[in-house]
Ligand binder design. Structure first.
Ligand code: ZN
Length: 404
């Protein structure tokens, strides 16, 4: 993929939204050097001390904001409802690189792969690192799961706390940026969502081992009990945060868990896109899943609104790759969050600075600030006024490299 690599760049911005909470955006000049923001100068006047021969990008008619973060993707999946189980590692890597490129075109400058076959995801991380035109890729390796638990086929089964520690250390040594653990079942046959996964002690083994190695832990929870165990074990970031029960009747919500998450400042990545895209897929492609998600999706949106109302902090993630969720789904995810109880500013924070912080990238990614990687997008309107403006980024840059 062609992309314009620039060692230095001067950008004039009509309206700079440096982060979700910055005041009404005004004009500014951005100096990019070595892939980072070197200087940010408010106003319309080009700083006179900047070199005259810098390449110049005029975004005077645009709102410019930080590149978006998709905190939950599966790069080794297609997101069209078909299985990739028959693909070779080389084919999975090729698919992953194309998926990371799709994400970047949608304004997503960073993605976090929440689990796949480890040899493929580590190779995708390496391939995308040096490839302009792809989102920056953080990886976990395989999700660590109980024996025959959710996603066991990726190779992350652990029978006890000691095996959890070994896998955590092993994936970190192999290049994992964070560790993904399954605290409940999910969509894998034989491991339904309301079934427990690891015990509190086993979850603590992951938190402590990863913490000592400087890696965040993201924990998949589809039931109230799994969230209680995760919080008790010291988990700081919960994936999905759903309240499924065996009856699938929407009665699984637990206000006590919502209060606990809010009180402890535990972050939830709600992945509302999955249900949305199952229902948006052609009925013949969605198959049996359609009936299930026709029931589930409204409950999920309602439970998300209750979590948001309880004051639970959110970060944005789509679960792209899973079922029918495409890699450019993040703007739709953000609209679902905004129409289900969050303000546009809080949604934008969830998709930028807060998401970067939860991934351990705070101070490097997620804000337009000196020293941060020069990840930015340009839109026609301020997403704080109109969140749908994120559907139409007309310029996208990662590490100061502009997509053509
Ligand atoms: Zn997932």
């Amino acid at each position: 993929m062609a992309a314009v690599a620039l060692s230095g760049l001067a950008v004039f911005v009509g309206r700079l939204r440096a982060d979700a909470w910055s005041p009404a955006p005004g004009p500014a000049w951005l100096l990019v050097e070595q892939g980072r923001f070197a200087e940010i100068v408010p106003g319309r006047t080009r700083p006179p001390h900047w070199p005259d021969d810098l390449p110049f990008l005029d975004l005077g008619r645009s709102v410019v904001l930080p590149g978006l973060v998709d905190s939950h993707v599966h790069l080794t999946e297609r997101g069209d409802g078909t299985s990739t189980a028959d693909l070779s590692t080389a084919e999975l890597v090729d698919l992953g690189v194309r998926n990371a490129a799709t994400a970047l075109r949608a304004g997503v400058t960073t993605v976090a792969d929440c689990g796949g076959p480890p040899e493929a995801v580590f190779a995708i991380k390496e391939a995308t690192a040096g490839l302009p035109g792809c989102a920056r890729t953080l990886v976990a390796g395989a999700p660590i799961t109980v024996v025959r638990g959710h996603c066991w086929r990726f190779g992350g089964e652990a029978a006890d706390a000691s095996a959890v520690r070994d896998l955590t250390a092993g994936f970190t040594a192999a290049g994992a940026d964070f560790i993904k653990v399954m605290a409940s079942g999910g969509g894998t046959a034989g491991a339904p969502p309301w079934e427990p996964g690891f015990s509190e002690d086993e979850l603590r083994a992951a938190v402590e081992t990863a913490g000592a190695l400087g890696r965040p832990v993201k924990v998949h929870c589809l039931s109230a009990d799994s969230m209680r165990a995760a919080v008790a074990a010291g988990v700081r970031v919960i994936e999905h945060g759903k309240f499924r029960n065996a009856a699938e009747d929407g009665a699984g919500f637990d206000a006590g868990v919502a209060a606990l998450l809010a009180e402890q400042g535990v972050v939830v990545c709600p992945t509302l896109s999955v249900g949305h895209h199952v229902l948006a897929a052609p009925p013949e492609a969605a198959g049996e899943a359609r009936d299930l998600w026709l029931r589930r999706h409204p409950h999920d949106l309602g439970d998300f609104a209750k979590l948001a109302a309880a004051g639970v902090r959110m970060v944005s993630g789509t679960d792209a790759g899973w079922r029918h969720t495409p890699f450019d789904a993040l703007p739709v995810e953000l609209e679902l969050m905004a129409t289900s109880g969050m303000t546009n500013a809080a949604v934008l924070a969830a998709a930028t600075g807060d998401a970067a912080d939860a991934l351990g990238l705070g101070g490097r990614v997620g804000r337009i600030a000196p020293g941060h990687q020069a990840d930015f997008i340009a839109t026609d309107a301020d997403p704080v006024d109109d969140i749908t403006a994120l559907r139409r980024p007309h310029a996208v840059a990662r590490d100061g490299v502009l997509l053509p």
